[in-house]
Design a protein around this ligand. Structure first.
Ligand SMILES: *[C@@H]1O[C@H](CO)[C@@H](O)[C@H](O)[C@H]1NC(C)=O
Ligand SMILES: *[C@@H]1O[C@H](CO)[C@@H](O)[C@H](O)[C@H]1NC(C)=O
Ligand SMILES: *[C@@H]1O[C@H](CO)[C@@H](O)[C@H](O)[C@H]1NC(C)=O
Ligand SMILES: *[C@@H]1O[C@H](CO)[C@@H](O)[C@H](O)[C@H]1NC(C)=O
Ligand SMILES: *[C@@H]1O[C@H](CO)[C@@H](O)[C@H](O)[C@H]1NC(C)=O
Ligand SMILES: *[C@@H]1O[C@H](CO)[C@@H](O)[C@H](O)[C@H]1NC(C)=O
Ligand SMILES: *[C@@H]1O[C@H](CO)[C@@H](O)[C@H](O)[C@H]1NC(C)=O
Ligand SMILES: *[C@@H]1O[C@H](CO)[C@@H](O)[C@H](O)[C@H]1NC(C)=O
Ligand SMILES: *[C@@H]1O[C@H](CO)[C@@H](O)[C@H](O)[C@H]1NC(C)=O
Length: 709
């Protein structure tokens, strides 16, 4: 008996550990979602002039499936896509594809489409009119790239399903973000602000990380995807996409970007008032006495206007487009994630559940905790919305106060439907917001803003992910998280180990969500809190009321408003397709126009460039592929060692003549430190469209060149 006791104790301990950490079915996958990289408006800054001209980093979707091992119905899928925001049309398209392939396995209830909120991706995919204005309407090529890529990411995750365990933890991130509206944050009660001094004060400095062990992770940290400035025109994925690249390539350095099996998820959290421009905002006002001085704090103006007030990232002095700052803000997030992945994290235990409803926010009445009735309002944008932010001043060309914006042909069409004058009831409901665009009443030619939003929660054991249809500010996110956590514990859904994160903007884009105190200040975030002063309270009421549906054995189904109307099929599109491509007389597609240097060796830090006779890359997006390669001569054979998604390479396209259909392409590679000495070449993969006939591919190849140690 005594001899048996030790082994019995070992067994008992093993059983206890097994109970403490649940087994889950886990799947992870990555896919390419990059739309047309030229002649298309970019999404995020909503700047008419920001038309893309090439590629820095491809946009990816990363899919994370978590299910119970014994009941396939209890499963969730979280998408972290390198796009500016989730969208109802994209979500509808993906769900239709999932239903066709998987039946009822992945549905509106358990599928969450979250975004990194990056501002340098391809635009034109959103369903409502307002974000389509600068992209001259809806761009089907962008929409299809995102929908098909998200479906592929889910397929890959699904095909990789195997059992494993999950764990969670958090860590303070230093220097990764800054509040861009600190004067609005100060409007929150002092006692409430005092509670969060250790968590970063006016910013959430904490990264939460859900570890999938050796297979990857999903992390949440709030920082705007605005490291790369509005004047960049190369498609990229901003700091979270860069962080994912840096992390994944550090685990599998020889795999091509996007082809790693380790999946690093850098998801967005309560991003509303965050900025990656951590040095602060300064006046770029050459010749003025305030040039180089901090902007006026409350209004973010220089000499009374917003245009010259720009935020600066940590690498501000190193380049003029924000690429160095982008890499630095990415690295800060990578370092935090690495530290968390090598720490002892708390086990995740419990069931997998999800809940989703539609909520029409246009005129939603509900009861505040003190018993008073409150109501949201049809959407409206305040005056400060037109001012933009220090990350991208002055949004939407039609509100700049002059009439030179008639260069935008879509605006010519929609201006006759300009938003209706707000009624007295709408003005009172939105008070104290001065209404600039009464978008909730603007339904011609179709809805400018969404009225119906997705309310969704995913429960993975003791972790609950609040999937948010907009951008919560720092304090708004804290209030919502705290309220839901309290409700989870009070309803005995989860014990004190309940861990709540917010993710978004996800599923659909209903702009910003501030606290009521911040709303009263009416900075950009308050002006963009479209459903009025009680927007946050309405969300807190709805998310907390849905908590019982996350129970192990929930009763009944939640009531839902009707799904938002389908607008995509009838959307305006004023973008013209590719007419034709031609090579200059006497030349052929892919022919080298400017060659690499053959006579002297290149060294690390130098940039190799070759220019080729090009064709329009809209002819073939090369999804899951590349527009270029750097090849190394290894044992007599060429081996591709860089693709268009390495940050060291750039693909740049230039239209030479619209009438002649000619264009040129630059392929460049800035040689990284520690690049092996040897013989290399650059290649360009293009596709040309003749006036009559079908698109065909071609390859351009530079001369061989050497890299010395
Ligand atoms: C960080 O983790 C600790 C331990 O689980 C938890 O008490 C704390 O609430 C977490 N912080 C945030 C902001 O989630
Ligand atoms: C700026 O905002 C702060 C905090 O909200 C307020 O106390 C101050 O009076 C404001 N200053 C001006 C000039 O509006
Ligand atoms: C991606 O990885 C797979 C499996 O390792 C490999 O077969 C394929 O060639 C890789 N693709 C690229 C572009 O490297
Ligand atoms: C791009 O914008 C940033 C921020 O306003 C500015 O500092 C920089 O000079 C601009 N770069 C170019 C090339 O215009
Ligand atoms: C909004 O709801 C309130 C309360 O149900 C109702 O009195 C009012 O007529 C509604 N307004 C609109 C515009 O639907
Ligand atoms: C309930 O709270 C709201 C919002 O703070 C406030 O406007 C209202 O006066 C309060 N009602 C009561 C009865 O205290
Ligand atoms: C454009 O604005 C100028 C100055 O405000 C005004 O004089 C002119 O009439 C406007 N043009 C049109 C077509 O409205
Ligand atoms: C392409 O490369 C050539 C040669 O380096 C350079 O002169 C040209 O400015 C580049 N074009 C673009 C769009 O960067
Ligand atoms: C480049 O290297 C390859 C492989 O050694 C060789 O076949 C080819 O002739 C070289 N090209 C030139 C222009 O030197």
């Amino acid at each position: 008996m005594t001899r048996l006791l030790p082994s019995f104790l070992v067994l008992a301990t093993a059983v206890a550990n097994a109970v403490a950490q649940s087994q889950y079915l886990l799947g992870l996958g990555i896919a390419d979602i990059t739309g047309p990289v030229v002649e298309t408006n970019m999404m995020g800054y909503a700047s008419l002039g920001q038309t893309d001209s090439g590629l820095h980093l491809r946009q990816r979707a990363r899919a994370f499936i978590i299910g119970e091992t014994d009941n396939t119905a209890n499963r969730v899928v979280f998408i972290n896509a390198d796009i500016a925001m989730g969208d109802s049309g994209i979500r509808r398209g993906v769900l239709a594809g999932l239903a066709a392939k998987y039946g009822t396995l992945y549905t509106a209830q358990n599928f969450a489409l979250s975004s990194t909120h990056q501002h340098s991706g391809v635009g034109g995919y959103l369903e409502n009119l307002l974000p389509q204005i600068t992209s001259l309407g809806f761009v089907p090529q962008t929409y299809n790239a995102i929908v098909q890529g998200v479906l592929l990411a889910v397929d890959r995750a699904h095909n990789s399903l195997q059992t494993g365990t999950l764990s969670i933890g958090n860590e303070t991130v230093v220097g990764g973000n800054l509040n861009r509206s600190p004067t609005a944050y100060l409007a929150n009660p002092a006692a409430e602000r005092a509670m969060y001094v250790d968590e970063g004060g006016d910013q959430d400095k904490i990264m939460s990380l859900l570890s999938f062990g050796s297979r990857g992770f999903l992390s949440w940290f709030p920082v705007h995807g605005t490291s790369i400035y509005e004047n960049n025109t190369l498609v990229s994925s901003d700091n979270k996409g860069m962080a994912a690249y840096l992390y994944e390539s550090s685990v599998e350095p020889t795999a091509m970007p996007g082809n790693q099996t380790f999946v690093a998820g850098f998801a967005q959290a309560n991003v509303g008032d965050t900025s990656p421009n951590t040095l602060g905002a300064f006046c770029e006002s050459p010749g003025e006495p305030y040039d180089g001085m901090p902007c006026q704090a409350n209004s973010s103006t220089c000499g009374g206007t917003v245009e010259q007030c720009h935020g600066r990232g940590p690498g501000f002095t190193l380049d003029a487009l924000g690429f160095h700052s982008n890499q630095m803000i990415a690295q800060i997030q990578v370092d935090a994630a690495k530290s968390l992945m090598s720490s002892k994290l708390a086990p995740i235990t419990g069931t997998v559940r999800s809940v989703h409803i539609f909520l029409d926010m246009a005129n939603h009445t509900f009861t505040l905790p003190n018993g008073t009735q409150a109501q949201t309002c049809p959407a409206a944008m305040g005056f400060s919305f037109a001012g933009g932010t220090t990350d991208g001043p002055g949004s939407f060309d039609f509100v700049q106060g002059d009439n030179s914006t008639t260069q935008n042909p879509l605006w010519e069409i929609v201006k006759s439907f300009i938003t209706p004058i707000p009624s007295a009831a709408q003005t009172a409901c939105q008070f104290p917001k001065p209404i600039l665009l009464n978008t909730g009443y603007a339904t011609l030619p179709y809805a400018w803003s969404p009225s119906t939003v997705d309310i969704q929660m995913l429960k993975v054991g003791n972790l609950v992910i609040l999937v948010i249809p907009g951008e919560l500010t720092t304090m708004a996110g804290r209030r919502l998280r705290a309220a839901v956590r309290t409700a989870l514990i009070a309803n005995k859904i989860i014990d004190e180990s309940a861990y709540v994160v917010v993710a978004g903007p996800a599923n659909t884009y209903a702009h910003y969500i501030t606290t009521r105190e911040e709303y009263a200040v009416q900075r950009y975030e308050g002006a963009s809190t479209i459903f009025g002063p009680y927007t946050l309270e309405a969300y807190i009421d709805k998310y907390t009321s849905l908590v019982p549906f996350l129970a192990d054995s929930p009763t009944g189904t939640p009531t839902s408003d009707a799904a938002p109307p389908e607008l995509t099929s009838g959307a305006l599109d004023l973008n013209t397709g590719v007419v034709f491509d031609a090579a200059p007389i006497g030349k052929s597609f892919g022919q080298v126009l400017i060659d690499v240097v053959k006579t002297t060796a290149y060294k690390a830090g130098q940039t190799v460039v070759a220019q080729f006779v090009g064709a329009n890359p809209r002819n073939n997006l090369h999804l899951e592929g590349t527009f270029l390669s750097v090849d190394q001569l290894v044992s007599g054979a060429w081996k591709p060692v860089r693709s268009d998604s390495h940050p060291s390479t750039l693909y740049q396209w230039t239209r030479v003549s619209t009438i002649l259909g000619t264009s040129s392409v630059n392929v460049s590679w800035t040689i990284e430190p520690n690049t092996p000495a040897g013989t290399y070449r650059l290649r360009y993969f293009g596709d040309s469209k003749p006036l009559i006939g079908s698109i065909s591919g071609f390859t351009g190849t530079s001369s061989n060149f050497t890299v010395s140690a």
